[in-house]
Design a protein around this ligand. Structure first.
Ligand SMILES: *Cc1c(COP(=O)(O)O)cnc(C)c1O
Length: 363
């Protein structure tokens, strides 16, 4: 379908969202992100498999959070709220601050002190949010936000807010609209677990409506040092370089397990080393710059491929044909430039002459 004069996910998917004529729609034209065929990764997977990358870094504030925020902020405005609040590892705060600015709402953000990427912090600040750095981790910050929004007339816009989940499910609609069906597998990073919950909800709704014929297996990946769902207990001090998924006690824990179990999928871990290796591969081979947390999906793809998961989960009597795998790339690489600089060699300093340059270029 050709989209002329695109106006964001509420306008496009209104009939599947809790939107009425009275809802003042606050949009930054989020969504409609590209589903990119990954030629290098597809080749790596071998015959019968096609890998696609849903590049959510191209949303207006650089992450998928905008899909949920357009609905959460529009509904907050409709319901007469004056102040919105969230805890954030960074991207939620960037998105909340931008949409609140457009809506004319006050935005308060609690971030874990010293633990959020520079790009995200800059966004929350420039959009005029009140940013408070809490001495504690994300889980501590979220508990405080839950308590405050329970006691005072302030709207919580973390993914505990059901409107966030509603908005974010539009990403699975887009994937199905492009592919003409659901993929066979969807791989996604898992932090607070709102997004895996949203995608699964979206797929199930499309199936129910008869728009797709199958449901994908949902494959979630947590960072090894922040993997409460995989380990089966909350992690007091989650550790990973992928700050967006550095979460020890996910708010949507049970919903994530339900998505895993109902779809016949899995939730597993990837190490920071595997994340950074996928991060570099995406940039060097697919031309896509993502933040480290986003690379967890591709790290997961490579891990499962190595252990033969995709071939095993197929009936071996038939040749594998046209299996589609979608990896979600949740946020843009420019969010966390410090990590890039730490990961890649700095430019070499040379004398200002042609000979010196040609020597470096080599043959
Ligand atoms: C928020 C976020 C995640 C984690 O999503 P959850 O819904 O918390 O599981 C992953 N990657 C990026 C870039 C994010 O901003």
């Amino acid at each position: 379908m050709k989209i002329i004069n695109y106006k964001g996910v509420i306008d496009r998917y209104k009939k599947y969202l809790p939107i009425t004529e009275r809802t003042p729609v606050i949009s930054l034209n989020e969504g409609n992100t590209p589903l990119i065929y990954a030629s290098y990764l597809s080749k790596l997977m071998g015959r019968g498999f096609a890998v696609y990358l849903k590049y959510e870094g191209l949303n207006p504030t650089g992450s998928f959070k905008d899909r949920g925020m357009t609905v959460a902020i529009s509904k907050a405005l409709e319901e007469g709220s004056k102040v919105v609040m969230c805890a954030s590892t960074g991207n939620t705060s960037a998105s909340a601050a931008a949409y609140a600015a457009k809506a004319g709402l006050k935005c308060v953000v609690l971030i874990p002190k010293g633990a959020i990427a520079l790009g995200k912090l800059s966004q929350a600040l420039i959009h005029g949010a009140l940013v408070l750095a809490v001495e504690g981790n994300f889980d501590t910050a979220l508990n405080l936000v839950r308590e405050i929004t329970r006691q005072y007339p302030i709207t919580l816009v973390n993914s505990l807010n059901p409107y966030r989940i509603e908005g974010q499910k539009t990403a699975s609609f887009e994937i199905c609209d492009v592919l003409g069906n659901a993929p066979d597998f969807q791989i996604i990073p898992v932090g607070n677990a709102g997004n895996i919950t949203s995608y699964w909800k979206g797929y199930k709704e499309y199936k129910e409506l008869g728009k797709i014929k199958r449901l994908p297996k949902m494959l979630g990946f947590q960072a090894e040092g922040a993997a409460p769902i995989v380990k089966g207990h909350p992690i007091k001090t989650p550790k990973t370089i992928a700050t967006a998924i550095r979460i020890g006690n996910p708010a949507s824990w049970q919903q994530a397990e339900r998505a895993r179990d109902e779809s016949g999928g899995l939730i597993d871990t990837v190490t920071d080393r595997e994340i950074l290796s996928a991060y570099k591969l995406l940039a060097a081979k697919e031309g896509l710059f993502v933040e480290p947390a986003s690379a967890a999906s591709v790290a997961g793809l490579l891990k499962l491929s190595r252990c033969g998961y995709f071939r095993k989960s197929h009936n071996t009597q038939h040749t594998i044909h046209n299996k589609k795998i979608v990896c979600i790339l949740t946020g843009h690489g420019l969010k966390d430039p410090e990590r890039t600089i730490k990961t890649i060699k700095s430019p070499k300093v040379i004398k200002p002459n042609i000979k010196a340059i040609l020597k470096e270029i080599g043959d």
